[in-house]
Ligand binder design. Structure first.
Ligand code: FAD
Length: 469
């Protein structure tokens, strides 16, 4: 039987492992942490019984991805739940913008900018499946839907601040800035619209759901499926050299390119080693988990019903905050993403106390404490939040990296989303998953299609490995 080893059990390690096991390979997953799942883990971070997500919380690209269509995780215990508002963007004057499942309803909330919103997102949302087939994979391929791809491609090359001129009001421009800032990259740089366009469009096709019971439920469903296919997981095993992998015919590395370089050593062809050394990591995240009595009292009412709230004020303020964290300066008012998963999944709460998972974009490897800056930003749009907080737990960039070696300097995307690394990740190659070592593939979010807990990097890497076999 063909033997395979997968190093790392994040969503990409697990989708890779499942794909190999479904093809009849013998699969062992080796995971450094005691709990499998990587970015798909949940824990009781604040008070007993309150379920917080350690990393990923919202899953716009997971419910109907090419992997999900082939492997139905709902058959293995996974349940999705959607908030009524997918993401919201409060402003200082108590107004804001809100993205709903429907393009029309979203547009209706944007006043004079509604028609422009509909013109941009309507056609893309109607063809999102076609778009996904072309963009959620390595870039070098013959497009399946060239017209849809061209429409998205033209807009995605623009800096987010240029695309923002599509709208006039601070509400619509703020709503756009919030979703575009998921790129963790200056909004004035080329291609900084790409992530916002994908996530914004996915909102209207699949929404931004959470997993009932916490993102850990996704990992549990994947592991149940993997086990049913004969695969196994060993936790508490950190792979630091090639020796434990030597007997395998196929190896998938759900690691950073840096860790892959250390593991593969001299086996790595010099040109690949050079490319992996040049691979660049982006700004970090500083996470604050809160237990909040009665939830956060946002002044902008739709934010109370929203799964995600983008906190940072106007387009101009977010542009400045993102520029600052990218260039290594901690912004006084950072961009903060607030997850209110219990809005969609009340089973996460205990009575009236809700779990909140927030993180700020901070400089790479930031060593300070961003807790006050994060709470100040929330309080700015939701006065009275501090009095409702029952418990707080924080994770610095260093803690994130200690708990998961892929989060280098707190970079949650396993690589900066520069224009070059968005298109060619982790290096310019026809097969970006290949490490150049026969049978060994990189499968983490440092490969196409990049960051997020969708698992499509692992799925792509496993397919590349099977094609080569
Ligand atoms: C605070 C935060 C919030 C986020 N929010 C979202 C969100 O809402 N939605 C979303 O889609 N994404 C979100 N993400 C990003 C998402 O979690 C990642 O993009 C995703 O988990 C990447 O998956 P992966 O499999 O590539 O790597 P990871 O999930 O990072 O998993 C890698 C695994 O490999 C293990 N490993 C690494 N090196 C070794 C080794 N040498 N030996 C053995 N094991 C090893 C690690 O311990 C880890 O378990 C968030 C991330 C963070 C940190």
């Amino acid at each position: 039987m063909t033997r395979s080893i997968v190093v790392g059990s994040g969503p990409n390690g697990l989708t890779g492992a499942i794909t190999l096991a479904a093809a009849g390979l013998d699969v062992t997953v080796l995971e450094a942490a005691e709990t499998p799942g990587g970015g798909l883990r949940s824990h009781e971070a604040t008070v007993p019984g309150l379920i917080h997500d350690m990393c990923s919380a919202f899953h716009p690209l997971s419910t109907r991805s090419s992997f999900a269509r082939r492997f139905d995780l709902t058959q293995h215990g996974l349940q999705w739940a959607w908030p009524s508002v997918q993401y919201a963007h409060p402003l200082d004057d108590g107004t804001g913008g809100a993205a709903l499942r429907s393009v029309d309803e979203t547009a209706a909330g944007l006043g004079v900018d509604g028609a422009a919103y509909r013109r941009l997102f309507g056609p893309l949302a109607g063809r999102f499946d076609e778009l996904a087939a072309d963009i959620l994979r390595p870039v070098l391929h013959v497009p399946r839907h060239p017209v849809t791809l061209a429409r998205y491609g033209l807009a995605s090359t623009l800096p987010a601040t240029t695309l923002a001129r599509w709208w006039q009001t601070p509400q619509a421009r703020g709503l756009w800035a919030g979703v575009a800032a998921h790129a963790f990259h200056p909004l004035t740089s080329p291609m900084s619209s790409a992530a916002g366009l994908v996530l914004g469009t996915a909102t209207h096709r699949y929404g931004w759901p959470v997993a009932v019971g916490g993102s850990g439920a996704i990992a549990r469903a994947m592991i149940a499926l993997l086990t049913s296919l004969g695969g196994r997981i060993e936790t508490g095993v950190r792979v630091e050299s090639y020796a434990p992998l030597a007997d395998a015919d196929v190896v998938l590395l759900d690691t950073s390119p840096r860790a892959a370089t250390a593991i593969l050593g001299d086996r790595l062809p010099a040109r690949v080693a050079r490319a992996y050394r040049r691979y660049r990591h982006g700004p970090g995240a500083f996470q604050v988990s809160l237990a909040v009595e009665g939830g956060i009292p946002w002044t902008y009412e739709p934010a109370r019903r929203s799964g995600t709230v983008h906190v940072g004020g106007t387009l101009e303020e977010i542009t400045e905050a993102e520029r600052s964290s990218w260039s290594g300066q901690m912004p006084a008012r950072p961009f903060v993403l607030v997850g209110q998963q219990a809005v969609a999944d009340p089973s996460r709460a205990r009575g009236d106390v809700q779990p909140i998972d927030a993180y700020a974009h901070v400089p790479h490897g930031f060593t300070g404490d961003a807790t006050t800056a994060i709470l100040d930003q929330i309080e700015r749009f939701a006065p009275g939040t501090r009095e409702r907080i029952v418990a707080v737990s924080t994770r610095s960039t260093a803690q994130l990296e200690r708990e998961n070696a892929n989060l280098i300097g707190g970079d949650i995307s396993n690589g900066a989303n520069t224009a070059l690394q968005l298109v060619f990740r982790p290096r310019v190659a026809l097969d970006p998953y290949s490490t150049g070592v026969p049978g060994v593939y990189l499968c983490s979010s440092a490969t196409p299609p990049g960051g997020g807990a969708h698992g499509l990097c692992g799925y792509g890497a496993a397919q590349a490995a099977l094609a080569r076999l």
